[in-house]
Ligand binder design. Sequence first.
Ligand code: DAH
Length: 360
Amino acid sequence: MTEETNQERPENASDRIRKAFAVELDRFSDSPGSLKEAEKELRELQEVRIKFLGKKSELATQKKMIGSIEPKLRRDFALVFQSLEQDLTRTLNDKEQRLKTFILRAGIERDAIDVTIPGRRPRPGHLHPITLMRQRIEDIFVSLGYTVEDDREIETDFYNFDALNIPEGHPARDPQDTFYTTDGFALRSQTSTVQIHAMQRRGAPVRMIAPGRVFRRDTPDPTHNPMFYQVEGLCVDRGITMAHLKGTLDEFVHRLFGSTTKTRFRPSYFPFTEPSAEVDYSCFKCGGAGCRICKWSGWIELGGSGMVHPNVLRAANVDPEEFTGFAFGLGIDRTGARIYELDDIRLLFENDIRFLEQFK
Ligand code: DAH
């Protein structure tokens, strides 16, 4: 058989390596308890692979010696280490595969969506009742050829009063007392201010509405609030008459409340119109017979209106000899409060979700 050399028999070396390998592999669990543990084992397995099959492993050293083996023993020697290498590789691959499968499964489980957990439902908001009302009004006038103007809420006395034919000391300033800043500015008390801005910007002819907030020094009660919404209307052209005003507001109430709705004009006074009229519409609930909504009168007030005063046209550099026009001002929240049958207008400004939710 083999000649006595001081070289270790390949079977012995192989056995020794196998035993050392088995001891190392013993440290690994059969099935790891957690994803973390499995990941750690996978890393350690790589170290074992390098230790037993890497370039500096004993197996590699043995394989390098093959050249110095006696030719007749060389084949056996090679076979022993070849089979050792195959066995170790197979065992390591096997173990690695099992760990990887475990890691993959555990990862999927960790990232899985539990469809039984109650979801976080998005809560879409909705428009405020005043906005809904404003949009309905805008839609009607836009379809009649009006533009929608959005203008400033802080004004000078000129736009809020003087240009609207309300000079200083005029009693009409009184009911419209507003909030003043220290610099001679005031919060506008009416959207009529936009008549002047619009005519200065666009000249004549002009057809516009201006919805917006206005402010008055009023004590809040069920029908008053120091801040409320109006929509101003202005139509200036050659040959505009009161008939155009009546026709326009008729059309407006027909579209808003239904085609059987009637309007009536009551003579009134506004400094910026001459003649002036208060406009009412027949109650949309009872049709004029009288009910709680119209306070048993059959009519509901829409707002003020009239033919634009020549002084107002002049203040905005429009020639009253060439142009005439009509104007009107309606309360958005007041009209909304009627339609929604609110007993207290303040509900619209309290931000109470229980109230607002009803307008979804
Ligand atoms: N500005 C008036 C108010 O706040 C409403 C109004 C009346 C506007 C007549 C007009 C108008 O344009 O012609 O009470």
